[in-house]
Design a protein around this ligand. Sequence first.
Ligand code: GLP
Length: 250
Amino acid sequence: MEVYIANDYTELCKIASKNILNVIKSKPNAILGLPTGGTSIGMYKELVKMYKEGILSFSKVTTFNLDEYEGLGKEDANSYYKFMYDNFFKHVDIKYDNINIPDGLASDSNKECEEYEMKIRKAGGMDLVVLGIGENGHIGFNEPSDFFSGFSYRVKLHEDTIRANSRFFNSADEVPKYALTMGIRTIMLSKKIMLLASGENKAKAIKSAIEGVITPSIPASILQLHRDVTVVLDKKSASLLSWSDSYKIV
Ligand SMILES: N[C@@H]1[C@@H](O)[C@H](O)[C@@H](COP(=O)(O)O)O[C@@H]1O
């Protein structure tokens, strides 16, 4: 694991977007796994900037989003589909046919997840998956559990997640109770993984994920077993880490 500790959120976003730039430079038709959530917004802004400056093109890139709320359609203000279009896709040259996001309105979410997994395999698997982290250590929507999940599946959201994500909705009651997500196995099969975290509220989850025991009660802790993981933190999310000599302060 390579851990970078950036001075602040702005620096974090620059490091994250440069890592993506490097992946696309070495493979213009890269297959990317992409996150949603507040942490990723600045990274998408940087990527859009690079595109507008002519440094980066997404014309051959294929994307697979990590997750989607069940029951929310493309036009819903809180769907991850809308998030991705508003924050990223509509500002760059990606081909709309190369964008993949689980369909929150599929009549059978389990079947949708199976088909989604097949699409990832058919595309040749992901070259890089970018992850945020929940305060409870979730990645994608893989919630704390007694076991690590397998391939993409329909998941019941944890009450912590519903509470944390209610900030985007009018109330916690409006947050969907289920979601479609890539599984832990799907994520671990990606050639590269980049985990991002910003803010004090993520410090505990980051400490457990990076320096704690590997346990499904902290899903992100499984990343310790992957051979090519980059973690990009700001000072606040890194504030509880102890093995500071092993990290790169940037
Ligand atoms: N399903 C997403 C996760 O993939 C993301 O990592 C998390 C963190 O979001 P934020 O960056 O807003 O804290 O939000 C949601 O729960």
